[in-house]
Ligand binder design. Structure first.
Ligand code: U2V
Ligand code: MN
Length: 239
């Protein structure tokens, strides 16, 4: 009885070493799990399920084998791979979950989300997010020729990289009241998210056992949250 949570792998053809780390994790750990949850930014870029890359096909094969062996796999999209669709999830045997899904995790009322929605101080990003989450914008974008989508992606990646370097650290983190509002509104025991690349286990209300667990990225080493009925263990994070 163990469930695994990962996020922010940012897999791409440019980083085959990170793809190999993911495949190792799937082959060596995930087969014994009750479930695997991928909480967004599995991929660095995603401009439609109709574009196949070595990485997207390799990942789909590995996850298809895992889910067919009986380990259910759930996906919540991130701020990079928000265009991952049902078609690709089907190729992986994954079930797509909406952002802010609440599950009963071995008796704990737990909210799962990518986390970017809680970074409300980053107003320019929230504006971008609202725009690209509009159905008609996604419909239009996905009907552009592949090359056009790839060109837009390259341009946006370049300026999002440059732009984020200039942003101060605190606006890139979740806004505390976004966290406490959700804990209160949904009587949460736990919240698990990624996005900030700052792995840690936080106690938003110091007086009790409520926890906010932030998953780490996979740039230096794989960061996996292992949850059992008894406890939560965040590997490779300075707790
Ligand atoms: O990353 C962080 C830190 C926070 C960073 C936030 N910034 C961030 O996420 N930027 C970003 C995300 C995805 C990509 S993309 O290359 O994958 N790709 C670009 C084009 N996309 C698109 C879709 C639609 Cl519907 C409509 C359009 C339109 F209308 F603009 F053309 C474009 C699809 C996705 C590129 C940059 N933490 O993890
Ligand atoms: Mn992210």
């Amino acid at each position: 009885t163990v469930s695994y949570f990962i996020a922010d792998l940012h897999l791409s053809d440019e980083r085959p070493d990170m793809v190999r780390a993911f495949l190792r994790f799937v082959q060596e750990q995930a087969y014994q799990a009750d479930a695997l949850y991928i909480l967004g930014d599995l991929f660095e870029v995603w401009v439609g399920d109709d574009l196949r890359t070595t990485t997207s096909q390799t990942v789909a094969q590995a996850l298809k084998k895992l889910t067919q062996s009986g380990v259910p796999c759930y996906f919540i999209c991130g701020n990079r791979d928000f265009l991952v669709g049902k078609r690709y999830c089907k190729q992986c045997g994954m079930t797509m979950l909406p952002d802010e899904t609440i599950i009963n995790l071995y008796g704990r009322q737990t909210m799962l989300l990518h986390g970017d929605i809680m970074c409300t101080l980053d107003e320019s990003y929230q504006k971008f997010r609202r725009m690209v989450h509009r159905r008609w914008v996604q419909w239009l974008f996905l009907h552009l020729p592949k090359r056009a989508r790839a060109n837009i992606a390259n341009r946006m990646r370049a300026n999002s990289k440059r732009y984020n370097q200039s942003k101060s650290d605190n606006i890139m983190d979740v806004t505390p009241e976004q966290v406490t509002t959700r804990f209160k509104h949904y009587q949460l025991d736990w919240m698990i998210h990624g996005h900030t690349h700052r792995p840690a286990i936080h106690h938003p209300f110091n007086d009790n056992s409520q926890q906010r667990i932030v998953l780490g990225d996979w740039y230096e080493h794989s960061s996996v949250l292992t949850v059992t009925p008894e406890h939560a263990d965040l590997s490779g994070a300075q707790l």
